[in-house]
Design a protein around this ligand. Sequence first.
Ligand code: ZN
Length: 313
Amino acid sequence: MNFKKFIAAALVLGLITGTAACGKSAEDVKTVKIAYLPLTHALPVFVENELQDKAGQKYKIELIKYGSWPELMDALNTGHVDGASVLIELAMKAKEQGVGVKAVALGHKDGNVIVASKNIKSVSDLKGKKFAIPHRQSSHNILLGQMLKNAGLSYKDVNIVELPPPEMPAALAQGQIAGYSVAEPFGAKSVALSTGKVLFESNELWKDSICCSLVLSDKFISSNKDATKEVVSNYREAGEYIGSHKDEANTIAKKYLNLDDKVLDLSMKWISYNDLEITREAYDSLTSKIKEFGISSNPPAYDDFVDSSLSGK
Ligand code: ZN
């Protein structure tokens, strides 16, 4: 080999080994950007974030806080984040519209209430009054529809308004609305302040209800298979940790949610985070309610939207 050929071969070898080394180190500590709203329902991502940096971990979570569902969905739909803890109906609607996202775990189990002002004695007292939900695409809308149906009423009997979750307790206290259903801790706030009462807990209206989900973009999943498996498995471990380490979980919740103990205790009483698998049975019940209550006529099928290889244990 002459000198020129030797240099060329050395350069090629250097490029190959250099590329391989770069690829390995990038894979070792892949950053995964997860969007969230400051809700009790997003607690597993807060706990996963706090418990991360395990030896040999292939990813690092970067949590990005948003102020409203439309802002968060915009970030997810445009690829500014790799995933989100989000109302599952919003992610299903994005999927319907062609955005490449998959649901990989539940956000929580149960944990929603229907709150009403104290002078509302029964569902029929809500007739003609304003009732707030966070978004038409939400399980809160389904819970409202189910409650009305059980009482022989329908959506037409109430005046439904969409409000940002943090505004609902004040709107109820000031008499602007007669009731609301929304992600926690905003139901607990009215109950703790005695400006509202629980009319129903979600499990009285809809057994094994699905509300929030951890979703990841198809792009992130397909280019980071090993890291994705770890993200989801550690997320589900974080859910189990909340059940077995209540004091530590409450400390983490307060760090992200700025809540007093009374509101947090009440909120946590209604919710659980064990076994966050999205089962086909619970998802099919969700899609049939989405159709029944006119939220969407064409929700994505389980096999298209739920990554059961990641969602299951
Ligand atoms: Zn939720």
